[in-house]
Design a protein around this ligand. Sequence first.
Ligand code: ATP
Ligand code: MG
Ligand code: MG
Ligand code: MG
Length: 581
Amino acid sequence: MALRMSTLFLRTLRDDPADAEVPSHKLLVRAGYVRRVAPGIYSWLPLGLEVLRNVEKVVREEMVGIGAQEVHFPALIPREVFEASGRWEAYGDGLFRLQDRKTNDYLLAPTHEELFTLLVKGELSSYKDYPLSLFQIQTKYRDEARPRAGILRGREFIMKDSYSFDLTDEGLAASYQAHRDAYERIFSRLGFDYRIVFAVSGAMGGSASEEFLAPTPSGEDTFVQCTNCDYAANTEAVVIASPPAQDPSAQPASVVLDTPDTPTIDTLVDRLNTLDVGREFGAADTLKNVVLRTRAPGEKAWSLLVVGVPGDREVDLKRLAGQLEPVEVEQAGPDDLAAVPALVKGYIGPQILGESSATKVRFLVDPLVVPGSAWVTGANEADKHAAFVVRGRDFEADGEIGAVEIRDGDRCSVCGARLEIARGIELGHVFQLGRKYAETFGLTALGPDGKPATVTMGSYGVGVTRAVAALAEQTLDDKGLSWPRIVAPADVHVVATGKDEAVFEASQALVSSLEEAGVRVLYDDRRGVSPGVKFKDSELIGVPTIVIVGRGLAGGTVEIKDRATDERREVPVASAAEELL
Ligand code: ATP
Ligand code: MG
Ligand code: MG
Ligand code: MG
């Protein structure tokens, strides 16, 4: 049934909402798609719900298309489940926590790795049951520090989350690839301009993590893209080819510093002073971005940790020394060392260091301990794993990894061309979790030999409500929203203008024949509303094709207008329906 504007639950607004920062937010409110209830919490009105469902439909089709099966989990989860994974603590203030009448603790789930792992554990036991992919389209809760931009960053939002379960690393790689391909189809079909960028991964050995970003100035993610090739990465994960040109005397060759044991402030100062950086370090010095390579004695494996502070804050040597407790390093083989990205800019917060107890640690301080230098460093997946163990897909919460300063002259590690910074909205995230959750919850499968093997998992998310706003953001213009047909609340917006009864009759006839042909119609059948108001509303609402039935009717024509290009043509009213199919 056509949506009729005379009865549709819709009030368009002339003025921007006071709290709106980004254009999509302003327009989704003005065009009557959503209404704000509280910061980051929104109601969806009929037009908004149409778009949301259209997005969901595409996402669901592509998930089903790769063999994922749909399930639905509660948002309300007992504390114990998140306690077991360490996320009751790790999530900090981001988690909505509450109690039932018996004062038992609950949370509103920000994501569902734990419950999926537990569900599969409860149902399956044999290797024959794998591989398996499950998904849901469900409401998530995150007490975001800065809910902004309307539904782009909500505190309640809808996510499609899926999880793959495999027995082998190759299986996980295949499941990951299937999801990645499905995401490409989803975002292409929805009409997005998007980039796939490397992201920081928390899993061990060959694991992968990539984000799908919609480039737009209002995006909150900063990423780096090559001006020549396809290379693109989140600033947390970017690999650059070589140090930017700086004062060469400030960059001596790397020096390996063996420390006898946990370094004290004195040993650290001593060691730093063996570096030929043209200055002497003292105990009160401050540093930016110190790189430490650590190696357990007798081991061939290397690893590398970055200690530093993002932006222009500095860390003083005393604090640094205090944090140089021996760190247990996830062992990576010599081959992994060769694969370590040459140089990665990054930051791992000091709070993560100092966890354990390897005996003797060897430190390599990169040349880049030069105070004031924003340039650094490198980390492979193993190091990041060591640092990020217990954390899930959302581990890269604010403040844990600092944004990296990319400088003029930074070059792409793939082709050597110049890198540039851009901003984008994170639409989706594909992530190899590995065996972390399966180990935590004891998810194993009995192999053909009767021995249990730990399952390896992937986790994959699409922000469904966010996609609506992000698509609005990418397609809107100065007149209003302008949807790609696949998500638009209707295919055609028929606008009947004037007072002439013949106009309404002709419009109704057109609407009926369009509907018979399966075209989704929004019909502006309001009486007593001026043509100017109706035109403005049609531009604001953003249905891709607008048909104006009015003045031309006397000459037997109607006007068909393309919302996005503003192209107009007069067609005979008799053939209008055909033209629109
Ligand atoms: P962000 O970096 O924007 O905070 P995230 O990395 O925390 O997102 P994930 O945990 O990877 O998000 O969740 C999967 C997807 O869910 C994201 O790619 C994004 O599209 C969506 N999403 C995450 N947080 C929100 C939110 N607060 N509001 C709407 N959508 C969100
Ligand atoms: Mg987040
Ligand atoms: Mg993110
Ligand atoms: Mg993410």
